[in-house]
Design a protein around this ligand. Structure first.
Ligand SMILES: NC(=O)C1=CN([C@@H]2O[C@H](COP(=O)(O)OP(=O)(O)OC[C@H]3O[C@@H](n4cnc5c(N)ncnc54)[C@H](O)[C@@H]3O)[C@@H](O)[C@H]2O)C=CC1
Ligand SMILES: O=C(O)CCC(=O)C(=O)O
Length: 409
């Protein structure tokens, strides 16, 4: 089953509850535009490197399309379409004035020098600049991209269309970025985790947590939860994993990971594999890396009572079904990781108003939107007797559907 067909099952479960017509389902599932471009660069050794880039614009019924840009060797059209559709439901669920899009280049960034990464980014913008922009489609960071990449995008876009920082979000602070964007996704994941624990009457102090992925989202999630007194007992990344039942020293681990480009070998810990981490005995499991990691094989062995989906699309539908049957609570990606796009929205607003917010204001508004969204999802799930995922989709689809009908063809 393709990744889009799998994600479509989540859509269909909500559409069924809502009694959406077949024609409306087809309209909402069909992407508006799919770009697939050649991204050719000169490598440092003088040879040519040819890569494939994608930007898939799924839906613009509620506003300009919005979504991150992923540089990863597993990027393909099916995955980008799936992620673009998730952005449509996510922006609608948290009620920010956007549609959904996603992009990516199929490349292993670990094999690129900084110069090659810059040339690749600029070349990608050369290919897609006519289709993006502050009122069309606004890229942002995702796996393998960061504030520096966003700065190059802004600079390259401006060469064609004039200075316009709102064409991309997640930029460096020195170049029209927003205070709090880098931490935003992890902060949102942490906030949601704390709120779920509160609702489940579990004390966050001493709650054991395992996190897969220790990049932007994983580190800020770990930091937030560690600061609240939770015990982060296991973390993995592409280099390996570390485990300490007494709780990891998260600030030290962050320093170590920056210095060693990975967490493997952090002193005072035992090694743990990615597979073992997912089935480890913890209260809360937080996938914060790639998609599809919770699958038919490992789902029956997952021992956490709560799964917070920081990554996009980490759970395949069969695993989701098995978790629901076993009453394992899953907070879905389109809610749990929405903090990033929410603060991207604040950045876009600040860029358009030429007025900077301070960190306190960003955090206050982010926390308010995250908690209001979680509250609404929880209420719908209870009222309708559905999972938190289906409740999230019901809200998202409902808003996109109504905007589509009101706007007309
Ligand atoms: N950056 C953002 O603001 C947002 C990111 N997300 C999602 O969060 C997830 C992580 O994104 P970022 O932290 O931004 O990426 P990143 O590139 O900063 O970090 C990715 C992390 O995952 C690890 N990783 C990669 N492949 C892995 C594998 N096969 N097994 C285990 N670990 C692996 C890497 O070593 C790294 O620690 C992605 O699913 C992304 O779509 C969702 C919303 C916003
Ligand atoms: O910040 C953004 O605009 C998009 C973040 C993103 O790609 C995501 O939420 O998956």
């Amino acid at each position: 089953m393709s990744s889009f067909d799998a994600a479509r099952l989540y859509f269909e479960q909500a559409a069924e509850h809502m009694g959406l017509s077949q024609n409306m389902r087809t309209l909402l599932l069909t992407p508006e535009r799919e770009l697939k471009v050649q991204v050719a660069i000169e490598r440092d050794n003088g040879e040519i490197g040819t890569f494939i880039g994608y930007r898939i614009q799924h839906n613009s019924a509620r506003g300009p399309m919005k979504g991150g840009l992923r540089f990863h060797h597993e990027v393909n059209a099916d995955e980008v379409l799936t992620l673009a559709s998730l952005m449509t439901w996510k922006t609608a669920l948290v009620n920010i004035p956007y549609g959904g899009a996603k992009g990516g280049v199929s490349v292993n960034v670990r094999n690129l020098s900084p110069g090659e990464l810059e040339r690749l980014t600029r070349k990608f913008v050369d290919e897609i600049h006519d289709f993006i922009g502050p009122d069309k489609d606004i890229p942002a960071p995702d796996m393998g991209t960061d504030a520096q990449v966003m700065a190059w995008i802004m600079n390259q876009y401006s060469k064609y269309h004039g200075f316009n920082p709102a064409c991309v979000t997640g930029k460096p602070l020195e170049l029209h970025g927003a205070d709090g964007r880098t931490e935003a996704t992890g902060r949102g994941v942490g906030l949601c985790t704390a709120e779920v624990l509160r609702r489940k009457k579990m004390d966050i102090k001493g709650t054991t947590i395992a996190i897969q992925g220790f990049g932007n989202v994983g580190t800020f999630t770990a930091k937030f939860l560690h600061d609240q007194g939770a015990k982060i007992v296991g973390v993995t990344d592409v280099s390996g994993g570390v485990w300490n039942p007494e709780g990891l020293d998260v600030p030290e681990l962050i320093r170590y990971a920056q210095e060693h480009r990975g967490i493997a070998g952090f002193e005072g810990t035992e090694p743990i594999s990615n597979d073992d981490l997912l089935t480890s005995e913890v209260d809360v499991l937080i996938p914060a890396a790639v998609g599809g990691v919770l699958n038919v094989e490992n789902a029956p062995h997952v021992r956490a009572n709560i799964i917070i989906e920081a990554a996009n699309n980490p759970t395949v539908p069969e695993a989701d079904e098995s978790f629901n049957e076993r009453e394992i609570l899953i907070l879905p990606d389109i809610l749990a990781n929405a903090g990033g796009v929410i603060v991207s929205y604040f950045e876009w607003v600040q860029n358009r108003q030429h007025f900077r917010w301070d960190l306190e204001r960003v955090r206050k508004e982010l926390d308010r939107i995250m908690l209001e969204s979680l509250n609404k999802v929880w209420k719908i799930a209870e009222e309708k007797g559905v999972s938190l995922r289906t409740a999230s989709y019901i809200i998202g689809l409902g808003r996109v559907g109504r905007a589509t009908v009101l706007g007309g063809m």
